[in-house]
Design a protein around this ligand. Sequence first.
Ligand SMILES: *[C@@H]1O[C@H](CO)[C@@H](O)[C@H](O)[C@H]1NC(C)=O
Ligand SMILES: *[C@@H]1O[C@H](CO)[C@@H](O)[C@H](O)[C@H]1NC(C)=O
Ligand SMILES: *[C@@H]1O[C@H](CO)[C@@H](O)[C@H](O)[C@H]1NC(C)=O
Ligand SMILES: *[C@@H]1O[C@H](CO)[C@@H](O)[C@H](O)[C@H]1NC(C)=O
Length: 331
Amino acid sequence: MKNILIALLLALATSCLACSGPDPPGWSSTSQVRSYSPPVTPGNISTVTHHLWTRSNFGDPDYYVLYPLNKTSLEESPFNPEWPTYFFFHGGHSNAETHWCRLSKTEMLIRREANVFSTDYGHMVTDGSEDINDAVNQVANLTAAVIDWLHEETGLLHSQVHSVGHSLGGNTAGLVGFYLKGKLGRLTVMDPSKDTSDPPTVDTSYASYVDVWHTNGGPVSEGAESTLTRLGHVDFYVNGGTHQAGCPQDYTDFFAQCSHCRASDFWVESINADPPFTAWPCDSWDDYQGGLCQDCGQGCLDMGPNDVKRLNGTYYLRTAPEPPFALGDQQ
Ligand SMILES: *[C@@H]1O[C@H](CO)[C@@H](O)[C@H](O)[C@H]1NC(C)=O
Ligand SMILES: *[C@@H]1O[C@H](CO)[C@@H](O)[C@H](O)[C@H]1NC(C)=O
Ligand SMILES: *[C@@H]1O[C@H](CO)[C@@H](O)[C@H](O)[C@H]1NC(C)=O
Ligand SMILES: *[C@@H]1O[C@H](CO)[C@@H](O)[C@H](O)[C@H]1NC(C)=O
């Protein structure tokens, strides 16, 4: 359990507070201030809540606060168990309204009805938080209890739930699958913190389908913040998985927070991407760059929530250096 601490603290020290990208229309400066202010006072699990957006409360500041295991709170909520249900997990030094959570909520709800939850636990993973590993375990455990409760109270199917997290939030999103009584439909982990803890934060047993996105994996000495280790049914190595196009290609990438934050930019774009983030099955970035993976083989995949093929393996793709990032079938 102790080993993870160092890696997680690292992620905490350098999380994506201000990942760049356009703000959605109507985003006011007041709420922006709120959005970018990480909690300063360390708190405890008793005040973790789940913010819920649906099409009936679509605007950024219009989220409904669901209090865990509070029946009145559930009855008054716009939650509908028939809809696909997402749980987003922000990283360290952040909160439920962080940039990528708001933007992907909007992208999700443009086309379809859904329950989009963002777990608000910034006060658990901020300066002064004593044991980050313990914090992410507690938050995942609580969220798992909330999902099991929604299942019991409303009939929500575990298979309808998609847990999604970036950075430290990727580790939290994964652990939900560990604590859950039923099996998550899907788990998407974007550039997770390195992890040698027990239980592991990400594992293929935690969901029917686990996809892991690597955008800044590798050794710290090369400016990499996360892991290149294969963790999912499918692992996407974007631009090779260590440094992103348009980002520094050396140790300064770590301080720029460029490649690490691109993971969530890609996620936001992937929800309605046209062209999609097409990825090819391939054994290595060298093979990919050498043109050895031009055949889709068992099947190419469109990285993002719309990928429903449920294939296994390692996948590679390139992106543009700036938005729109997706290159479609242009290898
Ligand atoms: C948790 O935080 C709440 C609100 O700040 C406080 O009232 C409570 O005493 C705390 N509980 C523990 C166990 O620290
Ligand atoms: C339960 O939820 C209701 C409705 O949102 C709220 O008024 C109440 O304070 C909550 N109770 C607790 C103990 O959080
Ligand atoms: C998980 O939550 C349950 C209550 O729902 C509690 O009994 C248990 O101690 C928690 N485990 C962890 C690791 O936080
Ligand atoms: C992917 O791996 C899982 C677990 O190892 C296995 O159950 C499943 O059949 C595999 N799917 C494919 C398409 O190979």
